[in-house]
Design a protein around this ligand. Structure first.
Ligand code: ADP
Length: 251
């Protein structure tokens, strides 16, 4: 199981990069922000509760968020792993996640943080606000509050995982592809990913060998079949000697 956390301030590109990562590593993407927005647009009880905080750029209470995350993981069925985007955002959420994964005999494989300077974040979020329809992306005061909440409450999560040496920072400025490559470099370094890659390569090699064997067997059987069709080889009759006609003349 691969359990990745994609971490970083609002506007650092977590969602965009997570979408690319899930495709490459065949993981299940869980974005708590998306889950809240889904509930919001469907006007559920959870959505109504979350809206109160999201509109102000505050965090939704831990209890609600942790339950939502657990429910989502538990209803995901059999998957190769998860990429958590926007979770955990507090130390309490991190502890709850560790405990939850432990109960499933798993752990966090790695936390990768997208490092982007504040000024760039504000620009990106205001730009996104023009088209995203997200209320929290329009007002500069709310954007600033989200950045402050990140610094004060969320950033400590990085240090929490860094102590175990499975947290890294990746420079999040550059083209989408460049940032993606930087993330992949860190993820490919994971033992579990190396092992999965090795297994997949061995499987491919076995499959190739099997198809080669099959086509070889097919070739020999068609050769045999065509020989059978043609029947046994007949000896070609030798041309008769002219002597017989000579003998006939003598007679
Ligand atoms: P961004 O990272 O761009 O701020 P998200 O979509 O991750 O956007 O989150 C949007 C909002 O949803 C957050 O500002 C917060 O109100 C709420 N939210 C998302 N994830 C969490 C979480 N793990 N804990 C508390 N609130 C959350």
């Amino acid at each position: 199981m691969i359990n990745l956390i994609i971490f970083g301030p609002p506007g650092s590109g977590k969602g965009t990069q997570a979408a690319k990562l899930v495709k490459k590593y065949k993981l299940q993407h869980i974005s708590t922000g998306d889950l809240f927005r889904y509930n919001l647009s469907n006007n559920t009880k959870l959505g109504k509760e979350a809206k109160k905080y999201m509109d102000k750029g505050e965090l939704v209470p831990d209890k609600v968020t942790i339950k939502m995350l657990k429910d989502k993981v538990e209803s995901s069925g059999k998957v190769a792993g998860f990429i958590l985007d926007g979770f955990p955002r507090t130390i309490a959420q991190s502890k709850a996640l560790d405990k939850f994964l432990k109960s499933r005999k798993q752990s966090v494989s790695k936390l990768v943080m997208l490092d982007v300077p504040d000024e760039e974040l504000k620009e990106r979020l205001l730009e996104r606000g023009k088209t995203s329809g997200r209320a929290d992306d329009v007002n500069p005061k709310i954007i600033q509050n989200r950045i402050d909440v990140y610094k004060n409450t969320t950033y400590p999560v990085f240090n929490y995982y860094f102590k175990d040496r499975n947290a890294v920072k990746v420079w999040g400025v550059g083209s989408l592809e460049t940032v993606f490559k930087r993330l992949c470099f860190e993820i490919n370094d994971l033992e579990v990913v190396k092992k999965t890659k090795k297994l997949a390569a061995a499987k491919r090699a076995r499959a190739k060998k099997a198809t080669e064997k099959k086509s070889k067997a097919k070739k020999t059987s068609t050769k045999k079949a065509s020989k059978k069709k043609a029947g046994p080889k007949l000896k070609t009759a030798k041309p008769r000697k002219k002597t017989s006609s000579k003998r006939a003349k003598k007679k």
